[in-house]
Structure formats: C-alpha cells, structure tokens
Ligand binder design. Structure first.
Ligand code: CO
Length: 133
C-alpha cells in the first residue's frame, strides 16, 4: 500500500485566532470554507504544496470536533493519509486486526471518500484515510 500525507486536521476553538496566525502571520492562502453537515463541522483548507492544513470549526458543541475541543482544548485532531484505493486499504487493515472507526468509506469534504482508523490501533493518533474523488 502506498500512502502520502494529504492533510493535518486541526480542531480550532476560535477562527479569528487561527486566521491571525496562519493567514495574516504566515501569509497562507485560505480556501473558501466548506460545511460538512454530517459531521457538524466547517472546514477551512490551507494548501501547503502536496498537502494542506484543515482547520476544523465545530458548528455545534455536540459535534465530534466540538466535544474534542471541550475535552482537550484546540489542537491537532487527526492526520490524513491519501491512498489510491480506500476500500482495499480498509480490507487490508481489517485483515491485520487493525480496529477501524469506519468499516465503510463515507463522503468527506470535496467529494472525497474518507474513513477513520481507531487511535487504539495507531498508537494514539486519529488517522483518516482518504481517496480523492
Ligand atoms: Co480531515
């Protein structure tokens, strides 16, 4: 299996604080935000060459990202690895006893297919796999 770093997901508490650093401080481009209603989150992508940063802004405190920020504060939420065939990757991991959060890929931002691997099987990191549309 080949994988490349697609993006790093960062749960933000306050959009202004994040923009002051990434956009105004570092001068990074911020793409127009996209709402992912299924996750009650608004995502802001900042392209960084082959990969990007994904700022995750909860649109409800009851969302996974909202609960994460309440519990642990803002910070790195997940890393995302891009694979060519996400279904094959999930089957490969499952056959090796890796615990998955998503057995089946689902729709993520930008029409990509995504699936999460459980941190208990990765050494504590929430890992998202993605296959681009
Ligand atoms: Co992500």
């Amino acid at each position: 299996m080949k994988a490349t770093l697609d993006h790093i997901g960062i749960a933000i508490g306050d959009l202004d604080t994040a923009l002051r650093f990434y956009r105004d401080g570092l001068g990074l481009e911020v793409l127009p935000p996209e709402d992912v209603p299924s996750q009650k989150v608004r995502v802001h992508f900042l392209p960084l060459g082959e990969s990007s940063l994904e700022l995750l802004e909860a649109t409800s405190e009851e969302s996974p990202v909202g609960r994460f920020v309440q519990k642990r504060g803002p910070g790195i939420h997940h890393i995302t690895l891009r694979v060519d065939d996400i279904r094959a990757a999930l089957a490969h991991l499952q056959a090796r006893g890796i615990r998955l959060i998503d057995d089946e890929p689902r729709a993520g931002a930008g029409g990509a297919l995504v699936a999460f691997v459980h941190p208990s099987s990765t050494g504590g990191v929430l890992v998202e796999l993605t296959q681009k549309a």
